[in-house]
Write a protein that binds this ligand. Structure first.
Ligand SMILES: C[S@@+](CC[C@H](N)C(=O)[O-])C[C@H]1O[C@@H](n2cnc3c(N)ncnc32)[C@H](O)[C@@H]1O
Length: 192
């Protein structure tokens, strides 16, 4: 099931809303990371930039074939051989990877959807103990130029509470400021 309010505006506009490199710097994504999973590649906005930094493979999923195709096309054009993108409904099927195999799992701009706690639990399961589930979301502020309706837009404290309920994730303070419009949360996977 496609998550509510997860449709995308036009690519160029979407990508004008983020400072991707600043976000990845502050979220701690670098060459020490090996394999990474991502829910919702969209246009590959973060997928490609992550692929350039990590030493392993980024495996990403989207429910929309057009998004997967665009991400693969851009990866190919950029000469990146470490991007795997597949159509998958992560809400109903999970990540489908061996548990505890990834250094990190990215949930970027997606936790306003249905069943965020289930998505956090799926993300936690693919990450090995000591690895990270990394979340970014729109600030809880109606002045942001995009973002889901305020009624379903999660505050940082709400996401931290959902993550704690999985009993697999520990929040690594502080809440990160990701200007101009986002915040970031880092969770570490606790021992199984
Ligand atoms: C708001 S976009 C964010 C994309 C990307 N993470 C980013 O921040 O640029 C959400 C993406 O999740 C995808 N999506 C929605 N429901 C999904 C599901 N159940 N399983 C996998 N992908 C889904 C949408 O098609 C869309 O491309």
């Amino acid at each position: 099931m496609k998550l509510r309010e997860s449709g995308m505006p036009e690519e160029e506009y979407w990508e004008s809303l983020f400072d991707v490199e600043l976000i990845l710097d502050r979220m701690g994504i670098d060459g020490k990371m090996h394999d990474v999973a991502e829910l919702g590649c969209g246009y590959g906005t973060f997928t490609l930039a992550v692929a350039r930094r990590i030493s392993g493979v980024i495996e990403t999923f989207d429910i929309e074939q057009t998004m997967v195709d665009r991400t693969l096309q851009r990866s190919q054009e950029a000469g990146l051989s470490n991007v795997r993108a597949k159509v998958r409904d992560v809400l109903t099927e999970g990540f489908g990877d061996e548990p505890q195999t990834k250094d990190a799992c990215l949930l970027f701009n997606i936790l306003h959807g249905e069943e965020p706690e289930r998505l956090l639990a799926y993300a936690a399961r693919v990450v090995h103990p000591g690895g990270h589930v990394l979340v970014i979301h729109w600030r809880y502020d109606p002045a942001t130029p995009r973002g889901p309706s305020m009624e379903i837009r999660p505050r940082p404290e709400q996401i931290i509470e959902w993550a704690q309920r999985t009993e697999m994730l520990r929040f690594v303070a502080p809440v990160l400021d990701l200007p101009p419009w986002h915040y970031g949360l880092r969770f570490v996977r606790t021992a199984a």
